[in-house]
Design a protein around this ligand. Structure first.
Ligand code: 16G
Length: 240
């Protein structure tokens, strides 16, 4: 399996081998990997090389380390297509996962100057601010803060936002969400969000801002989310 005469670096060969075992399901999420020493002896390579391969796989999200315990296979990441404008509820259902929300905050307050501009409303107009932990099969995936004009998206309740906001907008209010822009930035989890997302402080996360609009350009929502980078990846198809 390891070819020492190959121009391909040994750590890379080991990485590919471990990835293959994960993809084939021979190593499953939560499984412990044999210790570095065992790999080193088995393939007659240095422990440094094994460590280098493990470290890359940790960075790529295939493995994770528990201090003093060892290295384990991580959960598979959810791959989200960026082409469609879908809701969290739709995304999870399409994957056979149970969508859920844990409501952290449900408030209505006057729009700040900045919020009024983003939602194209007047300053002091009422704005909903809704903070939810989004869950997939009960596991926190993202922390989402949604801002909506309370005059446009009227009648929201805690019960509604525990379900799907998009379903309420489209099926109950009969407003059509048409297009959106989205910005994705890398970051690390601060103390508060780490606790809510059940990751360690400093864990990699992605900050996502989505501005959604109706056909005529009226803003529908401004959403600021923090996604777990160990559970999510984004895919976009391109054509030249
Ligand atoms: C997604 C959207 C968010 C939208 C929400 C509606 C991203 C980054 N964000 O999480 O903008 O408000 O879905 O979900 O994809 P819901 O209909 O399940 O409440």
């Amino acid at each position: 399996m390891i070819n020492k005469n190959s121009p391909i670096p040994i750590y890379y060969q080991l990485e590919e081998h471990i990835k293959m075992l994960i993809e084939k399901g021979e190593l499953k999420p939560g499984d412990a990997l044999p210790p570095e020493r065992e790999y080193a002896e088995k393939y007659q390579i240095s422990r440094m090389t094994v460590r280098q391969a493990f470290t890359h796989l940790v960075t790529e999200g295939y493995l994770y380390r528990l201090q003093g315990k060892g290295t384990y296979v991580a959960e598979r990441k959810i791959e989200q297509l960026l082409q469609g404008l879908t809701s969290f509820t739709e995304d999870m259902k399409a994957r056979g996962l149970e969508p859920g929300s844990q409501l952290i905050r449900f408030e209505i307050h006057p729009a700040s100057a900045q919020m009024a501009e983003q939602l194209a409303i007047s300053q002091s107009d009422p704005v909903y601010e809704i903070e939810r932990i989004r869950l997939a099969d009960g596991v926190p995936m993202a922390l989402e803060t949604t801002y909506l004009s309370a005059n446009l998206i009227s009648g929201l309740t805690e019960e509604i936002v525990n379900q799907s906001i998009y379903a309420y907008i489209e099926n109950t209010l009969k407003l059509q969400i048409d297009h959106a822009s989205q910005i994705i930035e890398s970051s690390i989890a601060g103390q508060a969000e780490a606790k809510l997302l059940k990751v360690s402080k400093g864990a990699p996360v992605m900050h996502i801002q989505r501005n959604s609009f109706m056909n005529d350009g009226t803003p529908v929502e401004l959403v600021k989310s923090i996604y777990r980078a160990d559970r999510y990846k984004f895919m976009i198809q391109m054509k030249r």
